[in-house]
Design a protein around this ligand. Sequence first.
Ligand SMILES: [Zn+2]
Length: 206
Amino acid sequence: MWWFGTTCAGCGARLQLLSQSGFCDGCSPALECAEAWLGAPTLPVAAGWAYTGPLQAWISRCKQGIFSDPDLLLPPLQRLLKQLTAAGPVALVAIPPERTRLRQRGLHLPDLLVDRLRTREAPRAWLLERVDRAPVRRERVRSPPVLRARALGEKLPVVLIDDVVTTGQTLATACAALQSVGQPVKAAICLADARPQILAQILGQG
Ligand SMILES: [Zn+2]
């Protein structure tokens, strides 16, 4: 299921052996860093990348079950996390998958991201469980997830981790579920930002 560097993570074109970035020469310059916090004061949300071009292709491949090594995509997320842990340790909590979907795909991108991002200052915590079981139909408007939360004993502030932020509704639902059991939530970090304001900001100049 894992493959490393033989084909471009964005377009699937064949790469030279020992390619450093994992993206081809056409896709690499089209990767757009995002790294802008938006949503304060309720829930500051930032993502590493703009949800566009090769990054969008990479994520959609993951959603089809074709995972490639995400390490090359991590540095902007690690920088964002470092900003948050400067004030003290946090707990990383992945937005959980809908159960039937997880069974189909096997791997869940937010879980994978937490696994790669966690450090001593930012350990992983399993505080959220998704309790809606209805299969997601493409033609139906997605309803927000139903999440059950539990609190951490030591009350480290939570940093939510998700793959794509579009409206922020799922993150807001997760934040509310955790706060309802007394668990503080500090911020959310996503791999890709699909929020119109952010995309306009990043891509508007081009
Ligand atoms: Zn490519």
